[in-house]
Design a binder for this molecule. Structure first.
Ligand code: SF4
Length: 376
């Protein structure tokens, strides 16, 4: 009989499993505490369980574990990129981002991604498979484990989790939500729901479903363009969920949850960073309780794009400031180790450098990008 992975069970499922063995359900909380709070990976170490129970669990169950295959540290900031080898040989990445007052881990929910956003390295990989909930949670546990062993000053527990790594979380909805509940659970990782951010490219029915879950998690919509033509060109998912329906779903999310929403906007040189782009964006989201998070593009070898210049970033930001409820500018972290936003891509499937793109001067590169025409 195949042993059941305890880490793929909710607390209620573990209680039911134990009851089926004739074991009282309160043992489930003890087991969760060993696994998620004391990072134990074998039943033999669970000293408050009877020897008989430990031995039966060893026969009937397992504790799935993903240890990072490698951890690469940034030389410019303290971020760390982890590479995990999954049981089937596929690979994923996640990123630990230490900041002054918080310790964030950015985790993946899929191997690759089917949505093929033009600017994103993960999107160039294509889709391999969904992650199971335990594989999503393991990335947080591994980051905590790393911090416990690290001697870097200020390293503490994980305070924030962002589901912005590889993949579209809302296309792996059930496993993502199971993982979020474990990360948030009082008997597991105890990270407050308000400190968990789910990011989406704009899967409208799933945004509505998430709004009705009664969770306090934050939602970030990766917007990146304020007209359908440009957004469809950058993010093909926009063909299925047009901007008007996406914005309507964002408004419903705010109304249902009472929570402000974040719109992520990656600024790409010559593509979406003009004054007209800023004007369109302000018109689109200016009356929604939201934060617009501007992210200078992080270049990587699988796309021809370049980041907007600091002057263009500032001009874009200055235009938005009086017209949107809140505007922030995200500092790039982990760029030197390929860990920044949009750069995650496991080496086994990394595309070769495309001839004639990243080595060409910026002006030629802009001409080669040829974004769709729009009114000035
Ligand atoms: S930006 Fe997100 S949704 Fe788009 S391809 Fe990359 S991982 Fe997928």
């Amino acid at each position: 009989m195949e042993r059941r992975n305890i880490k793929q069970m909710t607390l209620e499922e573990l209680e039911a499993f134990l009851l089926s063995l004739g074991v009282k359900s309160y043992r489930a909380k003890q087991i969760w505490s060993w696994i998620y709070q004391r990072h134990v990976t074998d039943f033999a170490s669970m000293s408050d369980l009877s020897k008989d129970l430990r031995s039966r669990l060893e026969d009937l169950a397992s504790i799935g574990t993903l240890a990072p295959h490698s951890a690469m540290s940034s030389t410019t900031d303290r971020s760390v990129k982890f590479l995990f080898h999954l049981d089937d040989g596929l690979q994923i990445e996640s990123v630990l981002i230490p900041e002054r007052h918080r310790m964030t881990v950015c985790i993946s929910t899929q191997v690759g991604c089917a949505l093929k956003c033009r600017f994103c390295a993960t999107g160039q990989m294509g889709f391999r498979r969904d992650l199971a909930s335990w594989e999503i949670v393991e990335q947080v546990l591994a980051a905590e484990e790393y911090m416990a062993n690290a001697e870097q000053e200020g390293m503490r527990r994980i305070s924030n989790v962002v589901l912005m790594g590889m993949g579209e979380p809302l296309l792996n909805y059930d496993q993502t939500l199971r993982a979020v509940r474990v990360i948030n659970h009082d008997h597991a990782l105890r990270i407050g729901a308000r400190k968990i951010t789910v990011s989406t490219a704009g899967i409208v029915p799933a945004i509505d479903r998430l709004a009705g879950e009664g969770l306090q998690v934050k939602l970030a919509i990766s917007l990146n363009a304020a007209t359908d033509d440009l957004r469809t060109w950058l993010m093909p998912i926009n063909k299925r969920h047009r901007l008007s329906t996406l914005i309507d779903s964002a408004k419903r999310f705010v109304e249902t949850t009472g929570k402000r929403i974040t719109f992520e906007y990656v600024l790409i040189d010559g593509v979406n960073d003009s004054r007209a782009d800023a004007r369109n964006l302000a018109r689109l989201v200016g009356d929604i309780p939201c934060k617009v998070n501007l992210i200078p593009y992080n270049p990587h070898r699988s796309t021809p794009f370049q980041p907007s210049s600091p002057d263009r970033v500032q001009a874009f930001r200055q235009y938005l400031l009086p017209r949107c409820p809140a505007v922030t500018l995200r500092a790039s972290r982990g760029q030197d180790i390929g860990a920044a936003c949009g750069q995650l891509c496991t080496d086994s499937v990394k595309r070769p450098r495309r001839a004639g793109t990243s080595r060409r001067p910026a002006a030629h590169r802009r001409a080669a990008i040829s974004r769709p025409r729009q009114k000035k």
